[in-house]
Design a protein around this ligand. Structure first.
Ligand code: MN
Length: 694
């Protein structure tokens, strides 16, 4: 384990301005907080954060990152709090430690293989600062290095699988190939113990047969290049069991057929030397056509630069060779982290330096998809990630609500949503979700999507499903009203109307289904006479012209003759409504609808049983109409009133937002049937989201 002064010296070596006192305090802080806690290895727990900090010094990270690495487990595993850390080490360290702590959340989630890609995105989204992610990767690497101390094989396998599926790909994505390879090698040992043992055995065998082969080839390469006047370094290594195993799986070949188990790296002093070195290698040894790649003149979009080739050595051994400069090498192996470390000396605006660097790399990319990969860190800032209670992860736009979540999980779940628990607490359905929320949707068997949800959902899927459900429901309602109206019309024609007559009427009016005819009647698209003519041609010939003269002609049965009355302005009863009279002491009778809420306040008054006189007609009904906020919808609403011969007595805009305008409308109508037809016409219109009596 690194000692305190060693760690501080390492930081001072590349950052002479680092705050030595603060680094020392952070070291002491983690030692004290973790106290007597032990690792599975038997080492004191604090050896782990100290080693992670050491890994970060290899990448020349700033002191905030080093301190974060030292403190990264204190909030999760000790009594330390973020507030305490902020007081001692400032807001930036507190923010970074908080970030790493939040990432650890993922390790307590149940396994779900399908969600691995989502989990990686989740980690990226949570890592608002890339340093958070890099500390997390170093943390995982050190845990993998000490994995063999853990006794439970199940736990070892779980951690290894997580590393293989989530952390190694993440390391690759941010260009930390060195971390990626080591994580994969360590995880492979756990996950494919048998294959690992076999491959290690075969490699040992080869090694004893061709003792020192790798070193010998490296030396002869170096000599050939030196003879051509090139100053180079050459490293050779045998490939890791994991990369051989992967190659065997990818190419469906046996171990013996994997010939290129040696890999060499030639480090030159300039770009031009890379090509010169390649020329020397290609003229000294036979190379394999088709395996040569020039990533220097055409870098990979993540910035990776190198020449790749494969040589055949002494007529049998294949060797992969990568030729690159030292700068390229550092960048290739440690990606963004290396880039960031190079630049940190001259970043003028402090902590956003890494982001600028990221943008520089992105600017150099051409491929749209690769570019997306690189900008995900930023892109995910407008996404949130939420979990089902079983741990499945769903990605949603920022501002998404439990209703959006429910529809994302399954259309059927969305359709039956009645409530939601967020992190175990009942919350309103309109609550915007936060990253990492666990959302439990409460279902009702007979529940239906509510049109009012359109006011807060943000996903297209939820919006479309709610509209569809609303339309279907309204269509059925309107058709039901149409059927009632049809029965009345049918009584007015001089014939008995059966199934057959309805069918032929629908045909005459060019409706495919009987239901379509009923809907058209309910929506007020057909005049009564048109329907009568379709049922019995010629049946309207002797009827007077429409509309008949209208006017108020109200009589109410049940009142003492001569007694004054008024139609209540709370519920606006119209002929056809069931009504009741309220007579406060010494006052006129108020006529209310039977379901008026004001009746609850009338306990002291006398109640009078009332009904409408025959041929009563003409009263003001009040509607609440919700229009979509777009041009033409108001005219459409007015047109519906005009076509239905209803006078508008009053119109008031009561609520407006981006999506909807809500009006209260007083209409002069003949009776309940008239008002009902108007409501169904409104509901049938595309301009109108909602229409109801109030
Ligand atoms: Mn840790």
């Amino acid at each position: 384990m690194l000692r305190q002064y060693e760690l501080v010296e390492r930081v001072k070596a590349y950052d002479p301005d680092a705050d030595e006192a603060m680094l020392n305090r952070a070291y002491v802080y983690t030692v004290q907080k973790h106290g007597s806690q032990k690792r599975a290895s038997g080492d004191p727990y604090f050896s782990h954060p100290v080693e992670v900090a050491g890994l970060m010094t290899d990448l020349k990270f700033d002191q905030e990152t080093i301190i974060t690495a030292l403190l990264h487990d204190t909030v999760e595993d000790t009594l330390a709090t973020i507030e305490d850390i902020e007081a001692n080490f400032g807001p930036e360290v507190a923010r970074l430690v908080d970030g790493v702590t939040k990432l650890s959340k993922i390790e307590t989630m149940p396994e779900n293989e399908r969600a691995a890609e989502n989990l990686r995105k989740f980690l990226l989204a949570m890592s608002e600062d890339i340093r958070v992610l890099l500390v997390k990767l170093a943390d995982r690497l050190h845990n993998m290095r000490t994995l063999h101390f853990i006794k439970s094989p199940d736990k070892r396998r779980r951690i290894a699988r997580e590393t293989m599926e989530i952390y190694a790909p993440l390391a690759e994505r941010v260009g930390m190939y060195e971390y990626m390879r080591e994580m994969q090698a360590l995880a492979f040992e756990q996950l494919e113990a048998e294959a690992y043992a076999t491959l290690t055995g075969r490699l040992d065998q080869l090694r004893s047969k061709d003792h020192g082969q790798v070193d010998a080839i490296a030396l002869s390469m170096k000599q050939a290049l030196a003879a051509a006047g090139l100053k180079v370094q050459v490293w050779g290594r045998e490939k890791q069991p994991y990369s051989i195993w992967k190659k065997m799986a990818e190419r469906h070949v046996s171990f013996d057929q994997v010939t290129d188990i040696m890999a060499f790296r030639v480090i030159t002093q300039s770009d031009a030397d890379c090509y010169r070195a390649l020329g020397v290698l290609h003229t000294t040894w036979q190379f394999i056509p088709g395996r040569f790649k020039d990533y220097i003149s055409t870098p990979k979009t993540n910035g990776y630069r190198s020449l790749h080739t494969s040589l055949i050595y002494e007529n049998s051994m294949r060797a992969e060779v990568q030729v690159r400069t030292a700068d390229m090498h550092q960048l290739n192996e440690f990606g963004l982290a290396a880039h960031w470390a190079y630049k940190q000396g001259d970043r003028p605006d402090g902590q956003v330096g890494w982001l600028r660097d990221l943008i520089e790399i992105v600017d150099a990319s051409h491929d749209a998809e690769e570019l997306l990969e690189h900008t995900k860190l930023a892109i995910y800032q407008d996404r949130i990630f939420a979990f089902t209670p079983k741990g499945a992860l769903f990605q949603l736009p920022k501002g998404a609500t439990p209703v959006d979540f429910a529809f994302a999980v399954h259309t059927d779940l969305g359709a039956h949503t009645v409530g939601a628990k967020i992190n175990g607490r009942h919350m309103p359905l309109r609550t915007p979700l936060n990253n990492g929320d666990v959302v439990e949707i409460i279902k009702g068997a007979s529940a239906e999507p509510q049109l009012s949800w359109l006011g807060f959902v943000v996903t297209g899927k939820a919006r479309a499903a709610i509209r569809r459900a609303g339309r279907a429901k309204e269509r059925a309602e309107i058709a039901a009203i149409g059927r009632k109206l049809f029965d009345e019309i049918a009584e007015r024609v001089p014939a008995k109307i059966g199934k057959k007559a309805i069918r032929s009427a629908a045909d005459r009016l060019a409706f495919e289904e009987e239901e379509d005819l009923m809907h058209a009647i309910g929506a007020g698209k057909l005049a009564d006479r048109e329907v009568m003519e379709a049922l019995v041609p010629g049946s309207t010939a002797n009827l007077p012209d429409e509309p008949p003269a209208q006017g108020r002609a109200i009589s109410i049965k049940g009142l003492t003759p001569g007694l004054a009355y008024s139609l209540a302005s709370c519920c606006h009863p119209v002929p056809g409504d069931r009504i009741v009279g309220l007579r406060p002491k010494g006052d006129a009778v108020q006529v209310h609808t039977i379901d008026c809420r004001e009746l609850a306040n009338g306990i002291d008054a006398d109640w009078v049983d009332l009904s409408w006189g025959e041929r009563s007609q003409g009263a003001a009904g009040r509607l609440r109409v919700v229009l979509y906020n777009r041009p033409g919808t108001l005219a459409e609403m007015a047109g519906i009133y005009a076509r239905n011969y209803a006078n508008v007595l009053g119109l008031e805009l009561t609520q407006r937002d981006d999506l909807f305008h809500t009006y209260e409308v007083d209409l002069e109508v003949q009776d309940l049937a008239h008002l009902t037809r108007i409501v169904s016409s409104l509901r049938a219109s595309d301009a109108i989201a909602q229409a109801e009596r109030i």
